[in-house]
Design a protein around this ligand. Structure first.
Ligand SMILES: Cc1cc2nc3c(=O)[nH]c(=O)nc-3n(C[C@H](O)[C@H](O)[C@H](O)COP(=O)(O)O)c2cc1C
Length: 216
């Protein structure tokens, strides 16, 4: 099983060795490895890539790749090599711009070829994807706000296609339960020791749910 964790942070603050998003990705991998030591896990840090916005040139029409941004193509090829994905995103009023650029381009490279040929399906269709948001606060109200501001735009990107086609064009969002349909959020990692038992189990159960979905 191959698991890719995308850290959406673009945090280059002086003195910071690891971003919170990266640390959460590491925690995901620790949990996976504990249960499945042979799992092949990697972290992709968006901050390391020079992404550019989609300019709607429509030149992806012919080969479903971006003709102006090799960094995007590199990320996309990497995603294709994995069975399951986690997107870990901080609240950046609303979400980090590199994640937006990734979403814009992933949208364009299926939509434009599909306009030409309505039977077209991109290669990433159906890859189970967990979404984990976080931000500056661990208060209950804050966590719900991150769901609205961070998880929902990501879920909305995955659901822009009307039924019954919504699972035939993009990654497949894995919800946690009826209450948390768009993934989960976690309190700040600096407060890890103060995470409640229910917050820890939500994190662990969600990872297990995304992975099990992949295995089935
Ligand atoms: C541009 C920007 C806007 C932010 N806006 C918010 C905000 O509105 N609410 C909040 O709780 N945290 C906000 N934060 C704080 C980050 O969510 C928080 O520091 C997070 O831990 C950073 O994660 P990272 O190290 O993975 O980048 C913002 C951070 C940045 C850089």
């Amino acid at each position: 099983m191959k698991i890719l964790c995308i850290s959406a942070s673009n945090n280059f603050r002086d003195g910071l060795s690891e971003t919170s998003s990266f640390i959460i990705c590491q925690r995901i991998i620790d949990k996976v490895k504990k249960k499945t030591p042979q799992a092949d896990c990697a972290i992709l840090e968006l901050k390391e890539y020079i992404l550019t916005p989609c300019v709607n040139c429509i030149k992806c029409l012919d080969n479903s790749r971006c003709v102006i941004n090799d960094a995007f193509n590199e990320i996309y090829e990497k995603i294709l090599g994995y069975d399951v994905l986690f997107i870990v995103s901080p609240h950046y009023a609303p979400i980090p711009s590199k994640l937006c650029m990734l979403m814009e381009k992933m949208e364009s490279i299926w939509f434009n070829p599909w306009l030409k040929d309505n039977t077209y399906q991109p290669e990433i269709v159906g890859i189970p994807t967990g979404v984990i948001s976080h931000g500056g606060t661990g208060r209950e109200g804050g966590l719900r706000e991150y769901e609205r501001i961070v998880n929902y735009p990501i879920a909305n990107w995955l659901f822009t296609i009307p039924k019954p086609y919504e699972n035939t064009r993009q990654l497949k969002l894995v919800g946690f339960n009826d209450d948390w349909k768009y993934g989960i959020n976690v309190p700040p990692v600096k407060d890890f020791e103060e995470w409640s038992v229910s917050q820890i189990s939500m994190f662990e159960d969600y990872i297990a749910k995304v992975i099990i979905l992949t295995a089935s």
